[in-house]
Design a protein around this ligand. Structure first.
Ligand code: FAD
Length: 382
């Protein structure tokens, strides 16, 4: 009975795809609406820590990801100029034993395609940009940019940093530009063979105000990827990316280690992204609407945990709906918020400060987390 409730997920990004897949697998009547007409393999990588891989196990794609991804033995932090090692964080077999799943790095497009493939394709609607929701009756009425409407009992806003659902709950407010940009480029590892240098599987090069994170995005180590954090006081290009250039990279990383210079020399195309944030939101849900992922806690990507938090949110939300019952959705949503707010806000803060793994530290609170095993903090009145 309770699972007959019709649930709409707005956005089929990494958080929305996870929510859709987990809800459908749990037996909820779930539809996913995505504004993009289709997805393309954008040039970017992503880390998936053991905390996320445990959710991927539940979705049923852990083995495929393990086969697809690169398995670094360590996260190395190095001084950007001298190359001195600042930290050596063990991953590989250590992660599998200590944290209960692998730590991998993959191509974001490959991950996304795999996640979207786990959705019921007949309940996945592309080209559906939500423009309005009316939550005043006994159903939510959703209106899309193409003029169509649909109804649902519950609506999950997984619609990213410029979330329409967040705006509905809290009013219009642009995200905060952090003052930093990220450059992203994928390099053919073949080109790197010309250099007598060691290109490590997962390394972050640091200096005072900027960094470059580098890793393989495929298991065969044919594609190497870098993503930076570089201060840029103003951003006047809207909320999406623009093209950057090898020249701009050379200037930004002048004086950096020869390995970084080699990466810049081998760069063919590089894009530049504004890093956007919001302060922790006072409201994650209201009546039949609830938020997850970047819609409620967008962050600088410097812990490589933004999507991880969106995916953990999705898993916790489904766990809470199962625990409480979808008929008592207000309690389920509050239980979800109670069990996610502190962790997501802490990750937002550490990401903002950009201190993660710069020095040797114990990452168990992030990587060891198991959204299915962590004891639930109960609501005060239940
Ligand atoms: P999104 O991925 O933004 O998805 C939102 C979806 O909703 C999109 O598909 C969008 O088209 C759709 N949508 C939006 N509005 C509407 C609407 N009105 N109607 C219908 N659909 C709509 N995270 C990690 O875990 N590891 C990393 O290594 C990592 N690296 C990063 C590097 C950079 C440079 C950046 C910028 C981010 C990085 N992140 C990383 C963070 C990660 O990308 C985000 O936190 C994650 O994508 C959030 O997922 P989401 O599903 O909440 O939102």
């Amino acid at each position: 009975m309770t699972k007959n409730r019709k649930i709409a997920v707005i956005g089929a990004g990494l958080g929305g795809a996870a929510a859709g897949a987990l809800l459908q697998q749990a037996g909820y009547d779930t539809r996913v609406y995505e504004q993009a007409p289709a997805f393309s393999r954008l040039g970017a990588g992503i880390h998936l820590g053991p905390n996320v891989m445990k959710v991927m196990r539940r979705i049923g794609i852990e083995d495929k990801l393990n086969a697809m991804g690169s398995h670094p033995t360590h996260w190395f932090s190095r001084d950007g100029k001298s190359g001195e090692y600042l930290s050596r964080i063990p991953l590989g077999a250590f992660a599998r034993e200590e944290y209960g799943a692998a730590y991998i790095t993959v191509h974001r497009g490959d991950l996304h395609e795999l996640m979207v493939s786990t959705l019921d394709q007949e309940r996945l609607y592309f080209d559906k940009r939500l423009v309005d929701v009316d939550d005043s009756g006994d159903k939510v009425v959703m209106t899309f940019a193409d003029g169509t409407t649909d109804e649902a009992d519950l609506v999950i806003g997984a619609d990213g940093v410029n979330s329409r659902i967040r705006e509905k709950l809290l009013g219009p407010e642009a995200p905060i530009y952090s003052g930093w940009v990220a450059h992203r480029a994928i390099i053919s590892a073949e080109k790197l063979k010309a250099y007598d240098l060691d290109f490590e599987a997962c390394v972050k090069w640091w200096s005072e105000d900027r960094h470059m994170m580098v890793y393989f995005v495929t298991g065969d180590e044919k594609e190497y990827y870098y993503v930076t954090g570089v201060p840029e006081p103003e951003w006047n290009h809207g909320t999406s990316f623009v093209d950057s250039s090898r020249e701009e990279m050379r200037k930004a990383f002048e004086g950096y280690h020869p390995t970084v210079q080699a990466l810049i020399d081998c760069t063919e195309t590089v894009t530049k992204w504004p890093l956007l944030e919001r302060n922790p939101l006072p409201l994650w849900h209201d009546n039949r609407l609830v938020l997850l992922g970047d819609a409620c806690h967008p962050m600088k990507p410097h812990m490589a945990q933004g999507a991880a938090m969106a995916i953990e949110d999705a898993a916790m939300l489904v766990r809470c709906l199962d625990e409480v019952g979808a008929d008592r959705y207000r309690d389920a949503f509050e239980l979800y918020r109670t069990n996610r707010f502190e962790r997501a806000s802490r990750v937002q803060k550490v990401s903002h400060d950009n201190t993660w793994l710069r020095r040797d530290e114990d990452p168990a609170w992030v990587f060891g987390y198991d959204v299915y095993e962590v004891p639930l903090r109960q609501l005060q009145h239940t």
